[in-house]
Design a protein around this ligand. Structure first.
Ligand SMILES: Nc1nc2c(ncn2[C@@H]2O[C@H](COP(=O)(O)OP(=O)(O)OP(=O)(O)O)[C@@H](O)[C@H]2O)c(=O)[nH]1
Ligand SMILES: [Mg+2]
Length: 538
């Protein structure tokens, strides 16, 4: 039961109310509520500075999950952010905004604020297209970050953070992102009392709680390191399969002949390539999913109009030879002599790129009478965005409680450490130990174990490491046991068998660090077994 409580349900359905002396708050689940309770109880026992940090941790615990979109320069991060939010609001391509962190969060009125490094805020108008203006008209080197409040429903349970590209592993660019994310955290919200936070404490509560890492085909062997570098931007909180997924963006630009087994099909090539990248990037990310951010953005943000559909219809009716010629390259498509005005074609390229145009024409060939709305839907299907959303739900939303609670505990530990007071550090340490010893907190231990193994902090034999990742990365018993296709009656016996195995490994076959992990895994299997028995699986 605790396991199911800790991991199941989407945010919004599973909020837990906790009454304290001072306030009533909503949390993503019982783990977040338990950590909040710990902060409340410890506040009178720590110095003012740590207490101010705890207040920030509490505020953050009751806020939506903070998801950063990170990756190299021009990998399509902002385009993907727009697609996910369902509104074309983040400037893409050029402009000084692409060098700044922007936090997109839920608000009852659409508004953008520039937050300056000295804490000043200035409201910005949206530009004529309803976007954040590409040029801000303020001194950019004095800007900390941007806060965008939007009424879009998806932001109710996710705060999306668009980050400047990590150009390389160069320390300056990593440090800048780190600093900006850090500042973003501390200044966010209603300001005021948060100013007591010094830089060290600020860093301890800063950073995103989860990451969508954007890669493209040109992912280099050092991208594994780039992902590790992003860990720095999440304020030293480890990114791992619990809180990080990757997308292979710009899947439409992959040349299928460059990928063996793709049979000339772009999407198949992208899927194969994503699988290959997953083996490089795992276990730092839960998955690598192909996506065409541009197509997703266009289809999802009103960028595809009935005029576009009409132009495509006209193109579909061109004679075969002309059409084939035009689809050879973007240049030919834009410049070839044809009845559709060049400006219209340029717009189609900008919104769909050549692959999107080709897909649309194929759809029109098969269903000439298709409506503009249905064509838009089909392009959205072709973008892979649904797959990304599905993974976000499975990896982030379903586990938001555990992710937020683990991040908060890491912050609490860092704050106590930064206080420099051994007594205070001990009190906080003891309180955390008491919390973690409770059966309800097991999921937190499992997430911690998983992260330690994924990050290589505790080295395990490869097959065992895989097993730890499998048990810890899912909330579904079939997947956790690695028996998804098998009949449920086998699950119960297998869970018990593995519980026993891990218990003896903890006792006889392990280093002290491995032994601690093994105890957690043993308990996880035991809880799965209990859960299966409770369900009446025979
Ligand atoms: N063909 C194609 N182009 C894309 C795709 N996604 C983004 N682009 C284009 O790539 C360019 C860069 O996109 P952005 O979203 O600004 O990339 P970014 O990672 O936010 O860039 P920086 O913030 O400057 O690092 C734009 O011209 C986009 O239209 C895609 O899936 N396919
Ligand atoms: Mg950008």
């Amino acid at each position: 039961m605790p396991l199911a409580d800790a991991t199941g349900g989407r945010i919004g359905e599973g909020f837990v109310r906790v009454s304290t002396a001072t306030d009533q708050q909503r949390f993503a689940g019982p783990l977040s509520a338990a950590v909040a309770d710990l902060c409340q109880r410890l506040r009178p026992q720590v110095c003012d500075r740590t207490a101010a940090g705890f207040r920030e941790v509490l505020r953050r615990l009751s806020a939506p999950l903070q998801v950063a979109v990170a990756g190299r320069i021009k990998s399509g991060k902002s385009t993907l952010v727009n697609a996910l939010i369902g509104r074309r609001v983040a400037p893409t391509d050029v402009g000084e905004c692409t060098r700044l962190v922007t936090r997109f969060q839920y608000g009852t009125v659409d508004r953008v604020e520039v937050v300056f490094t000295d804490g000043r805020k200035q409201v910005l108008p949206f530009d004529a297209h309803g976007m954040i203006p590409a040029e801000l008209g303020v001194a950019v080197d004095e800007v900390s970050h941007l806060e965008a409040y939007l009424t879009n429903a998806v932001l109710r349970d996710l705060t999306v953070i668009d980050t400047p590209g990590l150009g390389s592993l160069d320390a300056a660019s990593v440090a800048r992102t780190e600093q900006l994310l850090g500042a973003a955290r501390a200044e966010a919200g209603n300001g005021g009392g948060d100013d007591e936070l010094d830089p060290v404490s600020r860093n301890a509560v800063a950073g995103a709680e989860a990451v969508i890492y954007v890669v493209t085909q040109a992912v280099r062997s050092d991208d594994h390191q780039a992902l590790a570098a992003f860990t720095a931007a999440t304020a030293s909180r480890e990114a791992g399969p619990v809180n990080a997924i990757a997308v292979l963006n710009k899947a439409d630009t992959i040349a299928p002949e460059s990928v063996e087994g793709a049979d000339g099909d772009v999407w198949r090539a992208a899927t194969l390539l994503a699988e290959k990248q997953a083996s490089t990037l795992k276990p730092r990310v839960a998955d690598v999913l192909p996506v065409i951010g541009l197509l997703a953005e266009t289809a999802e943000t009103g960028g595809f109009t009935s005029a576009d559909a009409d132009a495509l219809r006209q193109l579909a009716e061109l004679d075969e030879a002309t059409r084939e010629m035009m689809l050879i390259s973007a240049d030919l498509f834009a410049t070839w002599e044809c009845a559709v005005p060049a400006g219209t074609r340029a717009r189609l390229l900008e919104r769909l790129d050549l692959y999107g145009v080709r897909r649309a024409l194929e759809i029109l060939d098969a269903e000439p009478a298709i409506t503009a709305g249905a064509l838009r839907r089909r392009l959205l299907d072709a973008s892979g965005l649904d797959g990304v959303r599905g993974r976000l739900d499975a990896v982030f939303r379903a586990r938001a409680d555990g992710i937020k609670a683990a991040a908060a505990l890491a912050s609490v530990t860092a704050l106590a450490h930064a206080s420099g007071d051994p007594g205070e550090r001990q009190r906080v340490h003891d309180a955390i130990e008491v919390l973690l010893a409770k059966p309800e907190a097991h999921q937190l231990r499992l997430l911690e174990a998983l992260t330690l193994v994924a990050a290589g902090a505790v080295v395990m034999p490869e097959d065992l490491a895989e097993e730890v990742l499998r048990v810890g990365s899912s909330a579904d018993p079939g997947e956790q046991l690695g028996l998804p296709g098998r009949p449920p009656h086998e699950w119960e016996a297998y869970a018990l068998e593995r519980a026993g195995w891990w218990r003896s490994f903890a006792a006889f076959g392990a280093t002290p660090a491995q032994s601690r992990i093994a105890h957690v895994v043993h308990r996880a299997y035991f809880l799965i077994w209990q859960q299966l028995r409770g369900r009446g699986a025979t």
